[in-house]
Write a protein that binds this ligand. Sequence first.
Ligand code: AMX
Length: 461
Amino acid sequence: MLARSAVRLHALSAKRALGSRLASTKTLKETLQEVIPAKQEQLKKLKTEHSQTVIGDVKVENVIGGMRGLKSMLWEASVLDPNEGIRFHGMTIPDCQEKLPAAPGGKEIIAESMLWLLMTGKVPTEAETRQLSQELAEKGDLPAYVENLIDSLSPSLHPMTQLGIGVAALNHDSVFQKAYERGMKKTEYWTYALEDSLTLIARLPALAARIYRNIYKPGNELPAIDKSLDLVGNYTNLLGYGANKDLTEYLRLYISIHGDHEGGNASAHTAHLVSSTLADPYLSYSAALFALAGPLHGLANQEVLRWQLAMQKELGDNITHDHIKEYLWKTLKSGQVVPGYGHGVLRKSDPRFIALQEFCDSRPDLLASSTIQLVKKTFEVAPGVLTEHGKTKNPWPNVDAASGCVLYHYGLTEFKYYTVIFGVSRALGALTQVVWARALGLPLERPKSLSMDALQQLIKV
Ligand code: AMX
């Protein structure tokens, strides 16, 4: 009964959304409906004609080395080149900056235009982008049961733990889950996965901002979702920084270019693995957030700032390159990693780091900031020190070498919160994959594991 009424509600709300849109503008769902058949056909051809074609070897180092470099997952939205960095459906970050629509009055890419590109492989028009913003804003309010749940959590609970809990609880309203219980057809899976994914993305700003308010600004009133704003415009507003147009533009850029980084990174892979069990998008993305909460992954942006502030505290003002060099060696000799440097795949400076540096270079206040200057100075020294240290395969900065420091400059100084912003961003790519995995009918993930004895047996052969 409950299942049927939820599904009816889903159909009704879709109809209502369709009714209020511009008649000539296609929705994201309609555009996906057009592009899915060709991709299904492409996969069918790959399966029938090339299932047995060898594209690589499995070495012992892959098995004991965290599966690095093993080509073993289908991921459509983006591909990471070790030297060139990320490409979203073939488009580099500068391509996206040139072609994807910005917010009215803004210059930077917005989450909606990036989401459209990731989902469909197409550059959205201005009208399509605005319509998606409107659709997300209309779905953006948090249900009362999630507000109550988040308000009941201890403010000492890490913001990422709270975010994961909130996202998992949103599955109370999962239309995918309800339709599955009702017995939907496999061909319908992706439509319900899309509906849940859009609702989740839409609700993330209100959820993430509520966590911020509860922990850092208790007693502050949370504004209502502004139906005329884009997703990140609303997020900054809810965080209480809406008046800072530069911070809003920074977050638009950061959230868009950080939205997907192919499939093998721990959070994206987790979402894909969990959703392959046909767990709904909320549960799948909640699991991903707990992978993101690890210091070798998403927590790095908080760690970079902690590391940099400790350096500033120890060395005072007027920090020279030699001071930084010494501090880097001290970090390395104490057995710690230098946060913000190195990468599992990249072998050059991360183009996302470069895009954030360019953002800083275009604003005098950021150029004059001692925090941002220290990021730059560290970048001038760290690759040399890490190369001399000789362990990391990539001595160059990743996106997190800069990301938190810009937030800090703009007054968003609660760095334990930074990974939550990463979590809002990565939903774009991870949920795109959840939708496509259902559209393509990808199976349950189940790689083969081996014990050391079993591995040795194989080596003997
Ligand atoms: N500082 C010191 N040592 C480093 C290092 C760094 N920044 N990066 C890698 N190394 C070390 C590794 O710890 C490893 O040492 P070990 O042999 O004693 O275990 C060795 O170099 C080889 O590692 P690698 O193959 O170059 O890297 P990886 O694929 O195993 O790990 C990453 C990649 C990102 C976890 C690692 O470079 C690191 O820990 N960087 C610092 C943390 C960080 O910035 N993470 C953010 C990543 C981006 C993101 O998810 N946001």
